[in-house]
Design a protein around this ligand. Structure first.
Ligand code: GRF
Length: 217
């Protein structure tokens, strides 16, 4: 995928599966002018989810590609790719998207797929970051924005934000604070990409070269 031309706003495709509070944070920051990107399309693999109404309320095109109605993972990925290309998407932003993307998809958007995870990676990978942190008894957890590679929550880290765990926290209360941190962190990372302060390129082997990661300045 080509880099965004200087002076142009990067075009994002946001993939969702559910609530979409991170999508909402991105849309609000965009509307407020603090995030200089264009959300070109929102795609959900599940019909009827709240993220789709959030996109509609913001006037952003959205569509559903239901994985259950596609014959294979490859067919699902290919349809996603087609829709993203149709909307000239440069960066794929996963915001609570609950499907793994295959090698064909990741090859097409090499080092251009970004995810947010509700823990300080490499701790607590997988689906239940807040629950795992609470069960383990850590005093500090947080969230991580990272590139998506072929593993689960294993891609290069772009930035992280810490969230303290308080005595008496429940999964719900901790998740709420992690979510609030996520909204700020995702917008901040995307804005640094948009401004060229965070540069992500690929070496000849396809590995990411990241300049400007860490420190939100
Ligand atoms: C977030 O906690 C994110 O870290 C994880 O999925 C959740 C999505 O929340 N990947 P929302 O749909 O953005 O509200």
């Amino acid at each position: 995928m080509s880099r965004t031309a200087p002076g142009r706003r990067p075009r994002l495709g946001v993939l969702v599966s559910g609530n979409g509070s991170n999508l909402q944070a991105i849309l609000e920051a965009q509307r407020a002018g603090v995030l200089e990107v264009d959300v070109a399309v929102v795609i959900s693999n599940r019909p009827g989810v709240r993220a789709l109404s959030r996109a509609a309320a913001a006037g952003v095109p959205s569509l559903v590609v239901d994985h259950r109605e596609r014959p294979s993972r490859e067919a699902f990925d290919a349809e996603l790719l087609g829709a993203l290309r149709e909307h000239e998407v440069e960066w794929v932003v996963l915001a609570g998207f609950m499907r793994l993307l295959g090698p064909g998809f990741l090859g097409a958007y090499r080092n251009r797929v970004i995810n947010i995870h509700p823990a300080l990676l490499p701790s607590f990978r997988g689906l239940h970051g807040a629950r795992q942190a609470l069960e383990y008894g850590v005093r500090v957890t947080g969230c991580t924005v990272h590139l998506v590679d072929h593993g689960v929550d294993t891609g290069a880290i772009l930035d992280q934000s810490a969230v303290r765990v308080y005595p008496g926290d429940t999964v719900d209360s901790l998740e709420q604070r992690i979510h609030a941190a996520e909204h700020q962190l995702y917008v901040s990372v995307l804005q640094r990409i948009a401004r060229g302060e965070l540069l992500i390129e690929s070496d000849t082997a396809g590995q990411p070269i990241i300049r400007g990661a860490g420190g939100r300045g």
